[in-house]
Design a protein around this ligand. Structure first.
Ligand SMILES: [Fe+2]
Length: 173
């Protein structure tokens, strides 16, 4: 099993200042933005890499700039569904809590490390879809059942497309 680095999500307070810095100064492109869930806080995704929907994302709602509460989560990719199952088995064996959440483009587990740092491990689905999206999924499903469920659940969402066909246009959506 191998975990590949994917992205970090930070909680932020001042969207304008943050985007001035990361987009205007550092040159990241905004790949998507929207409420994390209905009536939830806004999330803004940025990336340099067309193969990575977001290298960084920001969730609005950070209150205190003096405390170290900026980390929302760090995220790793596994290359196979079997590896996601291995994670599940390890967590089940030690009774470590995790939340299975599907973004349409990824099947994820969200969880905390032993010091409550937020983490995500995910497996890419074959599809892209506008973000943010999130539906709980059943990690007991096998790979085919899980992907069938993803397709059925997200195919009518905006921007749903097989990743190969998507021509990597997300950076200027
Ligand atoms: Fe994430």
């Amino acid at each position: 099993m191998k975990l590949g680095w994917s992205h970090t999500v930070l909680n932020i307070k001042d969207k304008e200042k943050i985007l001035d810095f990361y987009v205007d100064t550092l040159g990241f492109k905004i790949s998507d933005s929207g409420p994390v869930f209905e009536n939830g806080p806004e999330i803004i995704f940025i990336s340099y890499d067309p193969n990575e929907h977001h290298q960084l994302a920001f969730v609005l709602g950070r209150e205190d700039l003096n405390s170290s509460t900026a980390l929302n989560h760090i995220s790793f990719r596994v290359e196979s569904y079997a590896e996601l199952k291995q994670i599940k088995d390890k967590f089940d064996a030690i009774d470590h809590e995790y939340m299975p959440l599907c973004h349409g483009n990824a099947l994820s587990f969200y969880f905390n490390d032993p010091e409550n740092n937020g983490m995500e491990i995910f497996f890419d689905t074959p599809w892209d879809v506008e973000q943010p999206q999130g539906e709980p999924w059943d990690p007991e499903l096998d790979e085919k059942e899980a992907l069938d469920w993803v397709e059925k659940t997200f195919k009518n969402k905006p921007g749903f497309i097989l990743r190969d066909e998507s021509t990597k246009e997300f950076v200027n959506r």
